[in-house]
Design a protein around this ligand. Structure first.
Ligand code: ZN
Length: 248
């Protein structure tokens, strides 16, 4: 007999601004978009930052065309959940490397947007069990945590501090969505449909995957129900929380 996963603690929602930084268009829609819809519905400001444009993500479509299609799908997908701003950093899809280039690019976005919370994707080695995570996801998540610290230090990436850009040390926590080490969650029951619509906006990508009979709603329900059980609600999204303050 296996023990059930432990309950998820409700995420702190006493904040105003969140920046979501992920490797690829669609990363947020495979689980977090319903939570984003809840937050924008509460009047919070959420912005998206895509490190790549997912240009290597569709086998039957060349990167230049794929970039155009996927950026447009991501902008539409963000609008569905109340996110008006999507930034594309333009780093190379599929071959991201953890390092200073990545940290600097993300730190710049943190300094520009000045978020209270930064959301990223799971960057653990696996999704739980034996299903391995993808290299870009791991590189981005690690870089996000470091870039949040970099952003607050005026002596790191100091060349960015021109034209009024200032250090920003106000990020309280980084949240990694869908981590197998998730400790927290958010009830997405009321905004679940918006999350489905947000994933459905990635039509060219979903078609390009060639998964027969892929149903976005059914796919998202599986994860949302499992997380929901850990909060005693129908649907939820789960997050691993990394405190960014001192002494946490
Ligand atoms: Zn991805």
């Amino acid at each position: 007999m296996s023990t059930p996963p432990p309950p998820l603690e409700p995420l702190d929602e006493s904040w105003d601004r969140a920046l979501c930084v992920v490797a690829h268009p669609d990363d947020l829609e495979f689980g977090s978009a319903a939570a984003v819809a809840r937050w924008t519905g509460q009047g919070k400001t959420v912005a998206y930052c895509m490190v790549t444009s997912g240009e290597a993500g569709i086998d039957g479509m060349a990167p230049a065309e794929s970039r155009r299609v996927r950026e447009a799908e991501q902008v539409a997908s963000a609008a569905v959940v109340g996110v008006p701003e999507v930034t594309f950093l333009g780093l190379p899809d599929g071959v991201l490397e953890y390092g200073l280039t990545l940290r600097a690019a993300i730190a710049h976005e943190v300094r520009r947007f000045r978020p209270d919370i930064v959301v990223t994707g799971n960057f653990r080695e696996t999704w739980g069990g034996r299903s391995l995570n993808q290299a870009d996801h791991v590189a981005v998540g690690r870089a996000v945590v470091d870039a949040v610290r970099d952003a607050g230090n005026r002596w790191i990436f100091a060349d960015q501090l021109v034209d009024g850009l200032e250090p920003w040390g106000g990020v309280r926590e980084v949240w990694a969505a869908g981590s197998p080490e998730s400790t927290h969650g958010v009830d997405t029951t009321a905004t679940f449909d918006a999350g489905v619509a947000s994933l459905e906006a990635h039509r060219a990508y979903i078609d390009g995957l060639g998964w027969e009979h892929f149903d976005p709603r059914e796919f998202l329900e599986g994860f949302a129900r499992a997380a929901g059980q850990r909060m005693a609600v129908p649907f939820a999204a789960s997050f691993e929380v990394f405190p960014m303050g001192f002494g946490d």
